[in-house]
Design a protein around this ligand. Sequence first.
Ligand code: HEC
Ligand code: HEC
Length: 357
Amino acid sequence: MSSSVKRHALAAAVLALLAGAVAAQTKPAATTDAPRFGFGRTPTAEQIKAWDIDVRPDGHGLRKGRGTVAQGQEIYDTQCASCHGVFGEQINFHQTPLVGGATAADVKAGTVAEFKKSNALRTTTNKLNYATTLWDYINRAMPWTNPQSLTVDQVYAVTAYILNMANLVPENFELNERNILEVQMPNRNGFTTNHGMRLVSGKPDTANTACMSNCAPAPKVVSDLPDYARNAHGNLAEQKRPLGPVRGIDTTRYESGGTAVASAAPSAAPAAGPQPKDLAARNACTACHGINNKIVGPGFSEIAAKYAKRDDGEAYLAGKIKAGGVGVWGQVPMPAQPGLSDAEAKVLAKWILGGAK
Ligand code: HEC
Ligand code: HEC
């Protein structure tokens, strides 16, 4: 090995080490989630790079490249005009026209007079405040039928062409990652952040006053399937998780005209009241809790031991069973069980404290 080759090899090794150190430093915090949930994996730098394509008004995220109005016209006429019209005027697909609705005076002022009209013409180029947004949108989403198929230079070119159709750059213009920040969009001063959507203290976009007396009763929101559609896609009770707030109703059984029958119990509860074992099975408690052993949550006997001496143990546990929670036994949460009645939660709490027999 000549000394110069050796030096190069050494330099390459040092660079590789440095790159490793940088990668380690910039590793996303996601790595710390792995032990917590026990699934998923840290994305690679390449995967993050492929997703992280947004371009911001200050130029953050812009890719180096360039394209002329003339190059852009070729791309536009072959790949965009069929939907957006030869002059960017078309709205066949309910998209906004790309150009129009702004005058030279608007461009100078940075606000668009058209928007004062009640039926104002809104177009892509008259409403945007930054040209980078136009670049970003085309880069991520267009052409509609084949998004992200354009090269960086092609995106610059077709953006330049649209800006030229809107009279915002001259015909001989070449757009690049530097001068795109200088393009003066007609509505650049027209955006306001002083409204309730953005600031709590801002002016709300809607007006209403809270009803304090004689108010209409709170509406009850329900959803219902008409009889003929009930079982059209199979039994919903079997297609939903048996835990958490949203359960599937048993769509094979219903009282016509009435509400659906609650999910069928594996064995009907005898008249004496709900059997704790059945309740635990029906509500998937035993999917997460063993009697003696931890599964996802602690074993029921561990819970009983922990609260055996507590006077209000039963009420406490009944409350926790309904509300769910996290942090007592670890970082995995227990889902809330809003479908359980207070009586059922009490039966379960008592059963657990008594050894879950
Ligand atoms: C097959 C039809 C089709 C083709 C081809 C197409 N577009 Fe679009 N474009 C749409 C539709 C539809 C929308 C609206 C999408 C939406 O709002 O979700 C849209 C939206 C846009 C917008 C944003 C409009 C706005 O203000 O909301 C821009 C900019 C745009 N297209 C540029 C292009 C460019 C540049 C090309 C060619 C490289 C292209 N489109 C090709 C259908 C098409
Ligand atoms: C998806 C899994 C899961 C299901 C389903 C589940 N649990 Fe839990 N449960 C947990 C986890 C995890 C914890 C520990 C939470 C914590 O650390 O605070 C827990 C904790 C508990 C506790 C102890 C609460 C405390 O503060 O110490 C009781 C009691 C309990 N579960 C009963 C039940 C009952 C009864 C059911 C069925 C109605 C049920 N669980 C369903 C996962 C589950």
